[in-house]
Design a protein. Structure first.
Length: 93
């Protein structure tokens, strides 16, 4: 994984509207409602819709691109697309 800005730097970028925002796609037709994505996400990106028994991507801005949800989904219904353009990359010296 690349450079992760500290909270102050990330906060400034969020104010400017330049904070990284990952895209997390869930194919609801393929999703079997097993709750694996919800259980493995340690930053709580997902919330659970009890009516439909399906996950909701509630906080994509908190995603740390670990891809645990995508890798552990037994039916392959999740795709994480990182936003590398929104990450500050320090100059190489």
């Amino acid at each position: 994984m690349g450079y992760r800005p500290d909270r102050t730097e990330r906060g400034e970028k969020e104010k400017e509207g330049k904070a990284p925002m990952n895209t997390i796609n869930i194919n609801m037709e393929e999703c079997n409602g097993c709750k694996t994505c919800y259980d493995v996400c340690f930053v709580n990106v997902f919330r659970w819709n009890g009516e439909d028994d399906k996950p909701i991507v509630a906080y994509p801005e908190d995603c740390v691109e670990c891809n645990k949800c995508e890798l552990n989904c037994p039916v392959g219904a999740i795709e994480v697309i990182p936003d590398y353009k929104g990450i500050y990359w320090p100059p190489v010296v």
